[in-house]
Design a protein around this ligand. Structure first.
Ligand code: FA5
Length: 348
């Protein structure tokens, strides 16, 4: 056997650390112990450092070779430590998962937003009228006195103005008290035939269980040659049957709105009781509930918007959307709509 040089001995010693380290680390199963083993070999006073102390005594030409072996051993040990720590972390994560997640449990519902009940009802109403050829029209909520009242045959100091107690912004500007000014705006900008529905917020000094200072109405207007009261009744009857998905009747009670002639209050059969006589808090045992106003467009209004009264007739109607939603879903206080309580809103 030839004599081994000091260089060969050092390299053999370093090589042996690789095997030794594998043996030391194999049974270890926690991070601290593994880090300890790493320090035992690679620490400042570790085995590799100790072995490298002889470097200064080796022939200068051999030193790079020994250094390279030392670096390789260092890299091998470090990568082995990283691999083992990775395995430990993975096993810990899996154990955690197995403990926390029972995949057989039913899923928790994810809370999802939805349309407000008034929006749902508004869209449904629009859809039913759209089937009859009505398109949506819009108008401002801050409205001129002229559009809201005067053009609708309600001149200043007309007693019927008191029917809708008004929020005035200035002498000539109001928060619209109904959606009827959209009739005026539409007729000023479109020639007949006209068929529109106009949903939107309106404002009145009004506040009780079924009345709110801000609420929503939907207006309907049709102007064409030969339209009659029978057409109005047909549209409203169709709407009520479609909206409540029941064969309900309507009745038109003579009433006064200055912008229609003849004018009527629209009643529908009560959805909550078996008719007159049964104890019902909604219709107060009459069997009928009021849902809005309607009538034939007054020639006075046509004159304001310059539509030929000889050639055209028209009908109009206006309903409260809160009211329709109350009847549809048995809601007994109008404030529920506006309070934003999710326990209420989630029911729809
Ligand atoms: C009107 O506002 C008329 N512009 C309707 C109309 C249009 C008549 C076209 C003729 C032709 P009225 O004031 O009755 O009418 O209101 C209509 C509906 O709005 C009522 O039936 C009711 O359902 C609803 N309503 C009225 N005031 C309030 C309020 N303060 N809060 C909630 N809903 C209301």
């Amino acid at each position: 056997m030839s004599d081994l040089s000091a260089t060969d001995v050092t390299i053999a010693e370093l090589d042996a650390f690789e095997v030794e380290f594998s043996r030391v680390i194999a049974p270890l199963s926690d991070e601290q112990a593994i880090r300890g083993a790493q320090a035992q070999f690679l620490g400042k006073k570790g085995k590799v450092a100790e072995a490298m102390k002889v470097l200064g005594k080796l022939p200068p030409a051999d030193r790079p070779k020994v250094g390279a072996v030392a670096n390789r051993i260092k890299a091998t040990i470090e990568s082995e430590v990283a691999r083992r720590l990775g395995e430990l972390a993975q096993a810990a994560a899996e154990a955690d998962l197995a403990r926390v997640v029972d995949v057989t449990l039913p899923a928790r519902p994810v809370p999802a937003g939805r349309l407000h009940i008034l929006s749902q009802v508004r869209l449904e109403m629009i859809e039913i009228f759209a089937e009859l050829g009505f398109v949506v029209a819009d108008g401002p909520q801050i409205e001129t006195d002229w559009h809201n009242f005067e053009a609708l045959a309600l001149p200043k100091d007309h007693p019927a103005r008191d029917m809708q107690d008004t929020f005035y912004v200035s002498e000539d500007i109001v928060l619209r008290t109904h959606t009827s000014p959209v009739q005026v705006r539409t007729m000023l900008t479109q020639a007949p035939p006209i068929r529109i529905v106009a949903p939107g917020f309106v404002y009145r000094r009004d506040d009780d269980l079924t009345h709110s200072p801000m609420f929503t109405q939907i207006e309907g207007l049709a102007v064409d040659e030969g339209l009659s009261f029978a057409d109005l009744k047909g549209v409203l009857l169709h709407f009520v049957k479609r909206f409540f998905k029941r064969d309900l009747g309507i009745r038109l009670r003579p009433s006064y709105f200055p912008f229609v002639e003849p004018g009527a209050e629209v009643d529908m059969q009560c959805v909550f009781c078996a008719g007159p006589g049964s104890a019902c808090r909604v219709c107060k045992s009459t069997g009928w509930v009021e849902i809005g106003g309607a009538g034939m467009v007054d020639p006075d209004v046509f004159q304001h918007v310059k539509i030929d009264t000889e050639r055209y007739t028209g009908f109009a109607f206006g309903m409260g959307i809160e009211r329709m939603a109350m009847l549809r879903h048995d809601i007994n206080d109008i404030k529920f709509y506006y309070e934003g309580d999710v326990r209420f809103l989630e029911q729809f």
